[in-house]
Design a protein around this ligand. Structure first.
Ligand code: FAD
Length: 411
């Protein structure tokens, strides 16, 4: 079959890779580079601000080593090197109080009394935390169904636990805190539960390394960037993709690997069912900053930084700082602290900014995700398939899982 894949993020390139094993695949990406939210400095993003042998991710960075099964299998198949990393989290509130995750306390240089003091802060979460983490450990996702129809913002009573879980969700989906609170509880709690006690890994050489490896397997003359699609039309003989340039491309099947909010604007003949499934999706434009300004930690008496450091600002809003050294293969003791900041722009010294990156991400809400299972169930209807992290829990594993499902459907 001849297949057109629209969107060159993780889901699109992985779909193209799997489908190419049996079909003729053409990939169309709107941006000048492939990768979507994968943005690796010195790979798909050119920069002068860092040494040329350093690869820093200004988008997707780290992966859950325990639960990202499809991603791990793909990386193994592509022979892409990975490395375990020790990650932890901390919540820093504007009034100077802070909370460290158990791993952070365990790995710290604190004295025994200090450790006990830090652990004791967790007792305020015990009741709230156990209501989801204990059933999850006993029987997993099935237990989370009881939170169906609720948002993450509705689940916890303790204020600090609310902040922590919503800020992790802000991190996972690059959404403002108020939107992160609207993520369906089942989705957010599954991600949080999977994160608890998991191992983590990084891709050596930056995340784009695996996109490069995939490109070795694709026909390069069938991979297009700067592709501006005017519309997609389905008919008895297959699918026609029309470009703003006036050109068109005919294929047997089309795979949408764009954001869900973009599907209806591309489909010229959307059915009522498609309008229902994709109509409620919205997206959000956000910005990450790669920087070297570790002074943001100076207000707090902590001896370590990590990838999931969450900060409350004066206006009550939150941002995160991911301390990158370990994640980019640079020693923790290196005099330069490489970081990825989100929503902390006013705290970062502009002279220490290396790169600013825009990202577009889906806004997950109970409304938007209502028809997600229907999209999965009807995938392939009318010669049209859908792939994307948004179809599951919104992380990288989900992008690759969705691509594997598309390949299963098309053989
Ligand atoms: C800053 C940031 C950090 C993240 N970090 C992690 C992480 O560390 N670990 C993790 O598991 N997940 C992380 N994520 C989540 C991430 O979104 C997913 O892991 C995954 O990369 C999403 O892939 P995707 O292909 O579904 O979507 P996207 O990456 O959004 O790809 C969609 C692609 O479609 C293209 N497109 C859109 N419209 C059109 C059109 N009309 N024509 C052609 N192409 C079009 C877009 O340009 C884009 O390239 C992060 C997200 C962000 C924003």
């Amino acid at each position: 079959m001849k297949i057109g894949v629209i969107g060159g993020g993780a889901a699109g390139v992985a779909s193209a890779y799997y489908l190419k094993k049996n079909h003729e695949v053409h990939l169309f990406e709107k941006q000048p580079v492939l990768g979507g939210n994968i943005r690796t400095l010195n790979k798909n993003v050119k920069t002068d601000g860092i040494p040329s042998d350093l690869y820093i991710d200004s988008g997707v960075i780290e992966f859950n080593g325990t639960h990202f099964i499809h991603l791990k299998a793909l990386l193994e198949e592509l022979n892409v090197p990975t490395e375990p990393v020790a990650l932890s989290s901390a919540l820093f509130l504007f009034d100077g109080t802070y909370y460290l995750s158990p791993t952070r306390i365990r790995n710290s240089d604190f004295t025994v009394p200090r450790r006990i003091k830090e652990y004791l802060k967790h007792r305020r979460f015990l009741k709230d935390g156990l209501q989801f983490s204990y059933p999850w450990r006993k029987s997993g996702a099935a237990q989370l169904r009881r939170f169906r129809g609720q948002t993450l913002g509705e689940v916890f009573h303790d204020q600090v636990l609310q902040y922590w879980t919503q800020a992790i969700s802000m991190y996972a989906y690059s959404l403002p805190l108020e939107d992160a609170a609207q993520v369906p509880a089942t989705q957010a709690l599954a991600v949080l539960s999977e994160a608890l006690g998991s191992t983590w890994f990084r891709i050596v050489g930056g995340v784009y390394t695996y996109v490069d490896a995939i490109l070795q397997h694709l026909d390069r003359d069938k991979v297009f960037v700067n592709s501006h699609i005017e519309g997609v039309e389905r008919h008895d003989a297959g699918v026609t993709i029309r470009f703003e340039s006036g050109e068109s491309f005919h294929c047997d099947k089309v795979v949408f690997a764009t954001l869900p909010s973009q599907v209806l604007s591309l489909l010229v003949d959307a059915s009522d069912a498609e309008k229902r499934r994709f109509g409620p999706w919205r997206d959000h434009l956000s910005k990450t900053i790669v920087h070297t300004d570790a002074a943001i930690y100076e207000r707090y008496p902590v001896d370590s930084h990590s990838a999931f450091d969450l900060f409350q600002k004066a206006d009550g809003d939150f941002g995160y700082n991911a301390f990158l050294n370990e994640l980019i293969g640079v020693s923790r003791d290196n005099p330069t602290s490489y970081c990825l900041g989100f929503n902390l722009e006013e705290w970062i010294d502009p002279k220490k900014t290396v790169h600013c990156q825009e990202h577009r991400t889906p806004r997950y809400s109970v409304d938007a995700t209502r028809y997600r299972e229907e999209i999965q169930r009807t995938n392939g209807e009318n010669n049209t398939l859908h792939a994307g992290a948004y179809l599951y829990k919104g992380l990288h594993e989900d992008a690759i899982k969705s691509a594997a499902k598309v390949a299963d459907i098309l053989g």
